[in-house]
Every structure is written in C-alpha cells, then in structure tokens.
Design a protein around this ligand. Structure first.
Ligand code: SF4
Ligand code: SF4
Length: 294
C-alpha cells in the first residue's frame, strides 16, 4: 500500500514505479517520448516511501490533511509527477545545507519518542530535523518555496511572495522537533558533528536515552530562487505540545478515518481536486458517501 506508481505526463497512463524507473534508464522511451524529468529525478520521486522507512508516525504525517495520510497507508495510488515535484525539490535546500556544514551541528538525524494512546497502544513518533546546532542551542529548518503560481482565472503565472510569518503547520513541526530533541532520542548513536569532530562537551546521544537537548531558539528559513528570509519561531510549552501531538496521533491511529479538515471539501476544493492523488480522493469520497445514513 502507498505510492505504487505515477501517472505518466507523456501518455497520461498509470505506470508502476518500477516501469517508470526502467523507462527513465532505457534507450527507448516506454511511450512516444521521455518526460521532462531526468532519471535521477524519476528515482527520487518513485521510491514508494522507501527512504522514509524509519519514519513511523512523523511530524510531517501529522500536518496537512491527516485523512489523506491515513488513506495513503491503506490505498495503492499513483502520483502526478508535477504534483510531487515540489516535495522532491524541497529536499535540495536540505542537501545544499548539509554540504555547507558548520561546526558543532548535526544534520538530518531522525529522533523518536513513544506515545501511549488511550487504548494502550504505543506509537513511535518521529521527526528528522534539518540542522541542530549544539553550539548555539538552535534548530534551523529550511523550506524551498515557489516564486510563482499559476492563476487559473487570469490564465497566467503570478509572483508569489515568501511567507510573512511562520504558519500553523510549521509552528507545529518546529515545536514537535523541539520536544523530540528534549524528551526523544536519536535512532542511531550520535557522537560527531558533520566534520567527524566530537560534539561540543564531548557528549554522545544514544537511541532510547532522552537526549535532553534544550533549545534556546528555533528558526525557519524560507528561500526561493532569488531571496531568503529568516523567521524566528514561537516556542510552545512542552506539555501543550505533547498533548497536541497525542491528540493528532489519536486521530490518525483511530479505527475510523480522520475527518475531512474544516477548510476542505473533497468534491470542490482545489487542493482536493488538483493535489490529492486520484485514488485517495476517490476513497475519501466513497467513505463519505457510505457514511451517510439512509
Ligand atoms: S520516465 Fe517519464 S516518460 Fe517514462 S514512464 Fe516515467 S513519467 Fe513516463
Ligand atoms: S480529497 Fe481532500 S479531504 Fe479527502 S483525503 Fe484528499 S485532501 Fe483530504
């Protein structure tokens, strides 16, 4: 279950991840021509979630439409490449940052913490932070943003400014990391920074042992191709954050599907029609239809 393939932009046909990868590596395209994506890009967008195999229930999964996330776990679906491209492109900022490391900082390490649901189940909650700076007790998160969007009514691309503040989803995400760095632990032993030097104070962080890293600040950096902005992020009290994560885990782990978010309508919302994978939107609508008592 999960992303099993793509909708080929050349033929509009559904193609398995394996066939799409094979097409990108072949001398003859599967259909009349190749698409605009290079083999590396195709591989990056057709991994079917393999690269997130240790994510369990992650900060990302508890943001946005959790109904879509849950249905993505039970339904096979195909993605439109131009819809997953923004997520793929978002990794570039992380890679650029990792390739310009600063001392005493660890990059892209996944932390985890167990949460107990009301029914007794233990759920592993995880988050993979971008840059955890142990010298400044500062966490930095990087987001790559589009500079323009397509305005359907005007039928043209229009400039899209960088955000003016930290939105609710990022506020949740960054504070979830902050909680994980203090109460959680890394999924592997961490005793070196990106240069291979000992961490400040010679500390070592072990799986299963709360890291107790107390941040003094955490920040978001959003960049487009031409500008970058720094956004200091508000800190949410640990207790309140713990309760909010648990509330979202209860919703996503419940027997019934998470409800449709209040700002979405699967039948009419642009996000649902344009951005939700077709199989997932169909399952979402079907569940709503069968849930109506006659
Ligand atoms: S590599 Fe491109 S052209 Fe080939 S099947 Fe995949 S999406 Fe279609
Ligand atoms: S159709 Fe909309 S509400 Fe339904 S799962 Fe997709 S994004 Fe969520």
């Amino acid at each position: 279950m999960g992303q099993v393939g793509v909708i080929c932009p050349v033929s509009s046909e559904r193609v398995s991840n394996a066939d799409c990868r094979a097409c990108s590596r072949s001398r003859e395209p599967l259909f009349e021509s190749w698409c605009n994506y290079s083999p590396e890009m195709i591989y990056g967008m057709t991994d079917g979630g393999t690269s997130r195999s240790t994510a369990f229930h992650s900060t990302t999964m508890l943001n946005g439409c959790m109904r879509q996330t849950r249905l993505g776990m039970s339904e096979d679906y195909h993605v439109e490449l131009d819809r997953v491209f923004p997520a793929f492109r978002g990794q570039w900022g992380h890679l650029v940052t990792e390739h310009s490391p600063v001392p005493g900082t660890i990059y892209e390490i996944r932390f985890e913490l167990d949460f107990q649901l009301a029914d007794g189940r233990i759920i592993k909650f995880t988050g993979q932070g971008d840059a955890l700076d142990l010298v400044r007790a500062n966490y930095r998160d990087y987001k790559t943003k589009s500079e323009s969007r397509f305005d359907r009514r005007a039928n043209k691309r229009v400039y899209k400014a960088l955000p003016t503040e930290v939105g609710d989803d990022y506020l949740f995400q960054l504070n979830a990391y902050r909680l994980l760095f203090y109460y959680g632990s890394p999924q592997r032993v961490v005793d070196q920074d990106a240069f291979g030097d000992p961490l400040p104070g010679g500390v070592t962080y072990y799986p299963g042992v709360p890291a107790q890293i107390e941040l003094e600040s955490h920040e978001l950096f959003a960049w487009s191709m031409s500008e970058c902005k720094r956004y200091p992020c508000a800190q949410i009290d640990y207790r309140a954050m713990y309760d909010e994560i648990l509330r979202r885990l209860e919703i996503i782990c419940a027997v019934e599907l998470p409800p449709v978010p209040g700002d979405l309508n699967p039948a009419t919302s642009v996000f649902c029609i344009d951005w939700c994978p077709k199989e997932i939107r169909a399952a979402c609508l079907e569940e709503l239809a069968t849930a109506i008592p006659f």
